[in-house]
Design a protein around this ligand. Structure first.
Ligand code: SAH
Ligand code: ZN
Ligand code: ZN
Ligand code: ZN
Ligand code: ZN
Length: 427
C-alpha cells in the first residue's frame, strides 16, 4: 500500500505557537512529517502507554514490505525466465507475481505480458505515489531527463548517485544495457521500496534522505561508499530531486553527510573540495539552500515533469515550471539549450533564460522565474514585473496586497505583514 513504509529513525521537531513562546519538542516520523499520513507522533516529554506501544508495533508489522530486497532480486531472476504470457504485475499490490502467487491475488487488477522493456522502466509501471506532502512522486519529462543526462556526460561524470531520481537512474540503466560503450553507471537511493523488485543491491538502496538512513544497514552503506569511491576518470556526481514538502534543513544535513562520505574516499594527495551535486528544487527555496550551501548557485533551467498538473506544458505552449537546478559546479560550465531560449550572459558568466535581462544597477541577471524583472530604486534591487513599491510597507509587493499587519507570520521569513507569496526574501 501507500503511506509510511517502516520509516527508520525519527526526527525531533519543535512545535511553536504565538501564544506559547517556547516550542514544545516532539518526535515525528522523518519520512512522513504530516500527521495525516503517518500516525507516529510523540511529545518529547510524553510517557507512552503500553497500548500505544502495542499499536505502534502492530502498525510497523503491517507496513513491513512482503519481501526483502534479497528475495526480490531472486524473484526477478525467476520472473525474467517466464514466457511473456506468464509475466503478471499486480497493480493493487504493486508487485511482480510468480505463477504460484496468482491465487493469493485473485480479484486484484493484473497487468499482463510484462515485457523486458517494461522491467527496465519501472517508473512507468509503478503508479506515482501521491501522498501530498512527503512522498509525492513527480517524474521528469523525457526532455528534462535527457537534458540532465547529456549535461552530466558533457561535464565528464561517469557515475551518478541518484537520490530520489528513479527516472534518471532508469534512463542510465537502460542505456547501459543497450550499449556496451555507454560508460555511465548509476546507484539509486530512494524511500520507495517498490524499486527493489527491479534492481540488484548494487543498483538500488532503500534510503531515507531526511535523516541519511540506509534501511539495508551496514551492507547498503558500504555499497554507497564503494560507489562514491572514484578512480581516475570515473568522476561521480550526486543528483537529487527531493519532495518539495521536505524540510530544507533536514535534507541539507543529510546531503552534508553524503558529501562527508564522499570525502572519506579521498586518496592521499588528492585535493578534492566538495562532491559535485545537482539539487533540483523550486526557485523560491534559493535563499534557504544557499544558507546551507554557500558554494551553490541556482541555474535558470526550468525542470519539467510528466505528471505534475501545474508544471508540465499546457496545450497552449509552455507553462512555467518553478523548479531549478542548484549546483556547486561553476555556473558557466552548465550549458543550457539555446534552442529552448537560453542565452549566455558574458557579464554573469552563466546561461540565463531569454527573458532574464541583465540589470546594470544590480550588475546581474536578476530574474528568478524567467520573466523580465524591473529594478526598484527604493528597494535597491530587482523585483517581479507585477510588483509595485508600497510606501506603507516600505517594500515592493503586489498592487492589491493588504498592508495591514496580520497575526500569522510569513512562512518563509517569519515576519508579520505579508504572506509567503509576497515575502521580500523570495527575491
Ligand atoms: N523527478 C524524479 C522523481 C522526484 S519525486 C525522477 O523523475 O526521477 C521524489 C522522489 O523522492 C521519489 O522517487 C520518492 O520516492 C523519493 N522520496 C520521497 N521521500 C523520500 C525520502 N524521505 N528519502 C528518500 N527518497 C524519498
Ligand atoms: Zn547577466
Ligand atoms: Zn536591479
Ligand atoms: Zn520597492
Ligand atoms: Zn503595503
Amino acid at each position: 500500500g501507500n503511506g509510511c513504509a517502516s520509516p527508520g529513525p525519527t526526527l525531533l521537531f519543535v512545535k511553536t505557537s504565538r501564544a506559547q513562546e517556547q516550542g514544545r519538542r516532539f518526535y515525528a516520523c522523518s519520512a512522513c512529517r504530516d500527521r495525516k499520513d503517518c500516525s507516529f507522533f510523540q511529545w518529547e516529554d510524553e510517557k507512552v502507554s503500553e497500548a500505544r506501544l502495542a499499536a505502534r508495533e502492530e502498525y510497523n508489522r503491517n507496513h513491513q514490505p512482503s519481501f526483502t530486497h534479497r528475495q526480490n532480486v531472486e524473484r526477478l531472476k525467476n520472473f525474467i525466465v517466464l514466457p511473456l504470457s506468464q509475466r503478471k504485475f499486480c497493480q493493487d499490490c504493486q508487485q511482480l507475481l510468480l505463477p504460484s502467487e496468482w491465487q493469493e491475488h485473485s480479484g486484484h487488477q493484473f497487468q499482463c505480458d510484462i515485457s523486458t522493456a517494461q522491467l527496465k522502466t519501472p517508473s512507468q509501471l509503478l503508479y506515482p505515489l501521491e501522498n501530498k506532502k512527503t512522498n509525492a512522486q513527480y517524474l521528469f519529462a523525457d526532455r528534462s531527463c535527457q537534458f540532465l543526462l547529456d549535461l552530466i556526460i558533457a561535464l565528464g561524470f561517469r557515475r551518478v548517485l541518484s537520490v530520489g531520481t528513479p527516472r534518471l537512474h532508469e534512463m542510465i540503466q537502460s542505456k547501459a544495457s543497450q550499449d556496451e560503450d555507454f560508460g555511465v553507471r548509476s546507484l539509486l537511493l530512494d524511500i520507495d521500496f517498490r524499486y527493489s523488485q527491479f534492481y540488484t543491491e548494487d543498483e538500488f538502496c532503500h534510503y531515507n534522505m531526511f535523516n541519511h538512513y540506509f534501511f539495508g544497514g551496514e551492507a547498503a552503506h558500504e555499497t554507497c561508499q564503494q560507489f562514491l569511491y572514484q578512480d581516475t576518470g570515473e568522476r561521480v556526481i550526486m543528483v537529487t530531486d527531493p519532495p518539495f514538502g521536505g524540510l530544507v534543513e533536514a535534507l541539507a544535513s543529510s546531503f552534508k553527510k553524503m558529501m562527508a562520505m564522499w570525502k572519506e574516499t579521498e586518496k592521499e594527495g588528492d585535493n578534492k573540495q566538495e562532491m559535485p551535486m545537482f539539487w533540483i528544487f523550486p526557485y523560491f527555496f534559493e535563499s534557504r539552500i544557499l544558507e546551507f550551501f554557500p558554494s551553490f548557485s541556482m541555474m535558470d533551467y526550468q525542470v519539467d515533469y510528466d505528471n505534475h498538473a501545474l508544471y508540465k506544458h499546457g496545450k497552449t505552449g509552455r507553462r512555467q515550471s518553478p523548479v531549478r537546478i542548484f549546483t556547486n559546479i561553476t555556473p558557466r560550465m552548465i550549458v543550457l539549450p539555446v534552442e529552448e531560449g537560453y542565452r549566455f550572459c558574458t557579464i554573469c558568466q552563466r546561461y540565463v533564460s531569454s527573458g532574464n535581462q541583465h540589470c546594470e544597477i544590480c550588475n546581474s541577471c536578476t530574474s528568478k522565474d524567467g520573466r523580465r524583472w524591473k529594478h526598484c530604486a527604493l528597494c535597491n534591487k530587482c523585483v517581479k514585473p507585477s510588483w509595485f513599491h508600497c510606501d506603507k510597507c516600505n517594500c515592493c509587493a503586489l498592487q492589491d496586497h493588504s498592508c495591514e499587519r496580520t497575526d500569522a507570520g510569513c512562512f518563509i521569513c517569519g515576519n508579520a505583514g505579508h504572506k509567503r507569496s509576497t515575502c521580500p526574501r523570495l527575491s
